[in-house]
Design a protein around this ligand. Structure first.
Ligand code: HSE
Length: 326
């Protein structure tokens, strides 16, 4: 046996199977970027959630099933839940596999982490069945393979908050360095205009270089936002929700964008912007009454534009993927 082979062999993980062999989880939506923190900040939401059921198999295989006939790719390598599980089972020392049934409730292409919910839900559920032999950081490492299937690149600003809960800072993905950021109990209003923006496309239109003056403003905002969350300084959070690099380019894809920002601030929101790569927009508010006024403002705008939409008023989910059975 050569040394390289020997080393990989040694790294294989021994599962400690749970008796049930079946688990049901809720995999939550997430808001990536949090306006100024492109690819480095994300937040987990209490609503909406995907429902996922995962069964243990005693052969090295991943099976993907879509409940309710929702059109998802069923080839595991092309599925955002399947690709992370293929990576995971390759690191096990026993022939193990999973059958995953996805009840898709978070619409793909909505900008609230639909692909991440599938990826994170699958790896948390599978790890539960294996006796939690992998760390949260390992789970993020696996889940990023799902994001690669969905958008062509690995990014962790949806999968990390989905797995860790709360608000996370991804300081680096090579090597993975994830920091949980404490925050006040804020309310989140989301509007999802019913158009689809593919993350892959929304990344392709971005400029590859930034001006130093824009970079200075952006990193001031990122630091201000993180400090605002940690110190529960709502005004600082509001001032820091500004993006001078990504949003000016992406906002042209979203009808009503400027109006939503103006009218929601008038309705009392601290601030907000594009959720992930859009088209959903999110706003943070200090209390529920304000978050509902913000929702009304959003509804009025899209009714006037004549575009179908969904809205949610929710809160920050501090726990991430939740095991509800098994
Ligand atoms: N940071 C990613 C992007 C998130 O904005 O492209 C995608 O949900």
């Amino acid at each position: 046996m050569d040394l390289a082979h020997h080393l990989t062999e040694n790294k294989k993980i021994k599962p400690n199977y749970s008796a049930a062999g079946y688990v049901k989880v809720l995999a939550p939506a997430t808001v990536a970027n949090l306006v100024c923190g492109f690819d480095v900040l994300g937040m987990c939401l209490n609503e909406p959630n995907d429902l996922m059921e995962v069964k243990l198999l005693n052969e090295k295989k991943v099976i993907i099933l879509s409940a309710d006939g929702y059109p998802l790719p069923l080839d595991p390598a092309q599925n955002t839940a399947g690709a992370p599980l293929i990576e995971m089972i390759n690191e096990l020392d026993t022939p193990t596999g999973f059958e995953v049934t996805i009840h898709k409730r978070i619409k793909p292409g909505s900008g609230i982490g639909s692909s991440a919910a599938s990826a994170a839900g699958a790896v948390v559920a599978a790890n539960h069945l294996l006796g939690n032999v992998f760390s949260n950081k390992d789970l993020v490492r696996f889940a990023m393979f799902g994001e690669k299937v969905a958008s062509g690149v690995k990014h962790a600003d949806n999968v990390a908050p989905c797995i860790y809960g709360g608000i996370t800072l991804i300081r680096s993905i090579h090597p993975l360095d994830i920091i949980s950021i404490s925050s006040p109990d804020l309310f989140v209003t989301i509007v999802h205009p019913q158009i689809e923006v593919r993350t892959k496309d929304a990344r392709q239109i971005l400029r590859k270089e930034v001006l130093l003056k824009d970079a200075i403003r952006q990193w001031g905002n990122i630091a201000g936002l993180v400090a605002g969350f940690m110190q529960s300084d709502l005004d600082l959070i509001g001032r820091s929700l500004e993006d001078v690099i990504i949003e000016p380019v992406r906002s042209i894809l979203i009808p009503g964008f400027d109006e939503v920002k103006i009218k929601c601030k008038e309705a009392g929101a601290l601030g907000g912007g594009i959720s992930g790569s859009g088209p959903s927009l999110f706003m943070l508010s200090r209390d529920e009454a304000t978050a509902k006024n913000v929702q009304t403002a959003m509804q009025d705008i899209y009714k006037q534009i004549g575009l179908e939409f969904n809205t949610y008023v929710t809160t920050i989910n501090q726990k991430g993927v939740k095991i509800i059975e098994g």
